[in-house]
Design a protein around this ligand. Structure first.
Ligand code: FE
Ligand code: ZN
Ligand code: FE
Length: 205
């Protein structure tokens, strides 16, 4: 009977998955940085790109500690997240909305990585590899910090600017209509266009 795979084999598989994921991200992050309009957002992606390169070599150190060859195994999860991020770039979003979407894509990647490293650390510990766990922990902290940074940027103005711009767009479309409605409302308060436009404005607030 063939020997069954152990948790160590699963650990090695997950390490190879993470190694491939980080490499995919070193190619995707420059695209996110390039697409960002906010200079702070662009800088956040560029900083995390540098960290991601470090994370690749940190994983190489982990393979070395384990006396295993550093080898990637295609990570379908991160490939899917990157694919979704790319589809956002193909849409015709305003700069403000696009920045909000780029943050959403970036945070999906960070959360995926946080889950992966959380598992890797727990497994390294239970397998008695505190040395590997310590290195993986450094990466997990960077992923968490990158996620927090994106939240801070989103909540520190990017989402609000995107929403304001959406409101301004909505209002300019309705302005002409409203002027006509106001005049009409004075003489004919029940005119249909006036009431539907009023309801639309109220529901969009
Ligand atoms: Fe990473
Ligand atoms: Zn994966
Ligand atoms: Fe990351």
């Amino acid at each position: 009977m063939a020997e069954q795979e152990t948790l160590y084999d699963a650990f090695l598989d997950e390490l190879r998955d993470a190694y491939d994921a980080e490499k995919q991200l070193t190619k995707a992050l420059p695209k996110l940085a390039k697409a960002a309009s906010s200079p702070d957002l662009r800088e956040a992606f560029e900083t995390h790109l540098e960290e991601t390169r470090e994370q690749v070599s940190r994983l190489e150190q982990v393979f070395e500690l384990l006396d295993e060859r550093a080898k990637g195994k295609h990570c379908d999860g991160i490939a899917g997240i990157i694919e979704e991020g790319k589809s956002v770039l193909e849409e015709d979003f305003s700069d403000e909305a696009l920045d909000a979407c780029l943050i959403a894509s970036g945070q999906r990647a960070e959360h995926y990585e946080m889950a992966a490293y959380g598992t890797l650390i727990a497994w390294a510990r239970v397998l008695g590899r505190e040395d590997a766990a310590k290195l993986l922990e450094e990466t997990l902290e960077e992923e968490k910090a990158a996620d927090k940074k994106l939240t801070a940027l989103a909540e520190g103005g990017i989402n609000e600017r995107a929403a304001e711009e959406a409101r301004a767009d909505d209002e300019s479309e309705e302005e002409e209509e409203d002027e006509e409605d106001e005049e009409a409302a004075e003489s004919q308060p029940v005119r249909r266009t006036a009431s539907t436009s009023g309801a639309k404005r109220a529901s969009s607030r």
